[in-house]
Design a protein around this ligand. Sequence first.
Ligand SMILES: [Zn+2]
Length: 129
Amino acid sequence: MDFDMPATVRKIVPPFAYLQRPTGLTWRVHFRRLRPATTWQKRQLVAVGRLHQQRRKGLGLYGGNMSAVEKIVAGTVGEDVMTIHKLAVIDEYTRRAVCGAQHPSGVTDIWRRAVNCRECLAIESDSRP
Ligand SMILES: [Zn+2]
């Protein structure tokens, strides 16, 4: 687990700061390890939070707003290595097929192959894999 990522400080109990990502992930660090977030990191935090809210509301990833997605890559979902989807990179640990294909384990793999999932190809995306 990489803890060197931007997060919101939820509370401070010396000598620890309790941090939270918009996705709900929480952990604590010694407050001496805290650094102010860069502008880019702040923007990224807001984007992750917005996307997470959308998902919770059940609007799906593609309720017409692609702006929260960092980038799109090509890859597979679960054990099906024949179907190459467009995978939206949501944060450090999360990728989702834009067509909604999912594997219960959430496993996705990035491939250097052309997207061949018809549903993914039918969905417009700004960034190309
Ligand atoms: Zn797909």
